[in-house]
Design a protein around this ligand. Sequence first.
Ligand code: FAD
Length: 406
Amino acid sequence: MFGRKSERIIVVGAGQAGVQAVASLREHGYRGAVVMVGNEPYPPYQRPPLSKAYLAGDFERERLFLRPDSFFAAESCELVLGMPVMAIDRRAKRVRLADDTTLTYDRLLLATGARPRLIDRASTRLEGVHYLRGIDDVDALRPRLVPGAKLVVIGGGYIGLEVAAVAAQRGAEVTVLEASERFMPRTVSPIVSAFYEEVHAAHGVRVMVGAKADGLEGGDRIAAVHAKGERIPADVVLIGVGVIPNSELAEDAGLECNDGIVVDEFARTSDPDIFAAGDCTNHPYLDGARVRLESVQNAVDQAKAAAAGLAGKPHAYREVPWFWSDQYDLKLQIAGLARPGDVTVLRGEPATRKFSVFHLRGGKVAAVEAVNAAQDYIIGRKLIASGKAVAAERLADTKVAIKSFG
Ligand code: FAD
């Protein structure tokens, strides 16, 4: 059994990483007190359905919550909701909450997530301009996605494209503006970008790449978005231009931060009593490069490592990262991280709507992107983890069964 009964661990942030850490702490036999403080009014919930089935109205709100209320009682976790943590006093080992109460801790976990990057602060206050991070954002956006509504999506990343897909299927007139020359430029290869541009266009979405939004026009309400010298009429705008890690609390407390809270592979910050996990962290990747990841897998696996460390049983976080996106009837699954210079191998034909792109580095699979090709994705993940050498020509040949590589 770890942790004296009089000990207290505080988890800041009631999200995906925070709730995983609570569960894992108890699994590790930690028996001290656990307090989870979250600034949202909800218990921890999953975000992926927010831009997919929940936005479409096909997913009940109750199913968003990651654990039943009984979980927190069963795990003896005190849940403080709707209450931002304002400051950390590392010398006194206590946190100050928004209502000025203070709580002392023995060890702290920062699981504060990330928030949407804002464009031009003033114009985004216009009625009809939306961001998407939480339940309330979806509840405000969904009623506006009615047949004939003119939706302009700023940002052709996952969230923007998932919203575009839902809106197009609900009969909205959708335009997607992507500032770079292709969709999802940070995370997928040009073949996959081009495929998704075609898919969206086939669903009646107007796709504009190389199109940075120059300005939002409107009085009280949004009226139009300007891009590429054009005025694009809009009833609704969804801005999805990336996120910023919530690391200010850590920065103000003097913890090392650099595009996120800097942690090592054990999820330890520069203070031995403070750990961090999830979207808010900047951590070492398998190859040693530092990364900041925004995914459920990262939040869950890093929280497990953090909980192990908090419970006095350090465990390194060395999982192959994975991610998915649902758009229309297509499931995109990605594992590993591609890098410039990788050799890309196309397996299958995009025209069949089932294909994958493998990224080889030094003859080994470093990443895979699979569209409606679950087997390729599963084997790709295994190959990344095993580091087994593969021949590009064989991988490209669909007559060679993918299972033979595993
Ligand atoms: P969060 O789940 O964001 O939790 C952090 C919590 O901490 C938040 O409630 C935040 O408000 C709170 N907080 C911040 N500061 C404070 C403070 N000072 N005091 C108290 N509380 C604080 N990932 C995938 O893998 N696949 C997907 O398909 C996918 N789709 C997504 C769709 C959408 C619309 C969004 C928004 C995200 C999606 N993600 C997806 C990303 C995934 O949801 C996140 O990576 C994951 O939620 C990160 O978990 P986290 O615990 O780090 O952060």
